[in-house]
Design a protein around this ligand. Sequence first.
Ligand code: ZN
Length: 271
Amino acid sequence: MALGKSAAVVIGSFPLGESDRVVTFYSREFGKIRGVAKSARRLRSRFGSALELGTLGELVFFDTGRSELVRVDHFDITRPFNRVREDLERLGRAAWIIECVARMTADRDRHVALFGLLVRAMRALEGSVKPARVALAFGVRCIEALGHRPRLDACVECGRAYPFPRASLGAGGLVCEACARRAGDALPISPSAIDALDRLRSLAWDEALVRPIGRAEAELGDLLDAQVSRLIGHPTRSTKFLRELQRISPAPADRAETKRETMKGMTEAGS
Ligand SMILES: [Zn+2]
């Protein structure tokens, strides 16, 4: 039975049996890893609140080699990111970021840069930067880190060099008008959004969080979410929540309830 140790972020969990929990971590040393946290749902569990979605900690586990699931021995909090959970907008964006990592990675596929990006994004969500921008800067980099960098210099179908009028964005990058009619699932993208996307991915992380990109920001957010949905094969669950949030903007009394439901939905979505 091998002992493993790594810094890791909780990216999902669901109850198992009477008192246990299956927890998914994204770890620095092993990539995505799932484990059983024994008695995690007991009142006086030794895990305390450490297994909440988004928490960064030091994971110690036993790998029995007999199952996909490891046995979680310890998870000591390094940074709980409590501020992210105090606000619905931050929480929704964190859920989207975590969903990207949980859905676009395979088990035990180590990716140190992606782990670093996840932690940087969670940290930024606690700061003063707009949460939507953090998600955008993260999403652009996450897609690239996982090898899905969209091509922006030419139509991916016919090779026609950009700029051309009425461009769309498909799975691999820009598509010209004629090819978009044939390709089907490409979405229209404005020249300013193409420009903003190009800038965002070339800027350093701190710059990408603050550099003004004007009205293209919302458009780019939607396009990025569509890109992620294409890659994972279904719409992101966290976006559905964010849309609801924008639509209802609940009164303060309802917010606690909405937040509880969200935490529950998000936690299980990430598993
Ligand atoms: Zn074309």
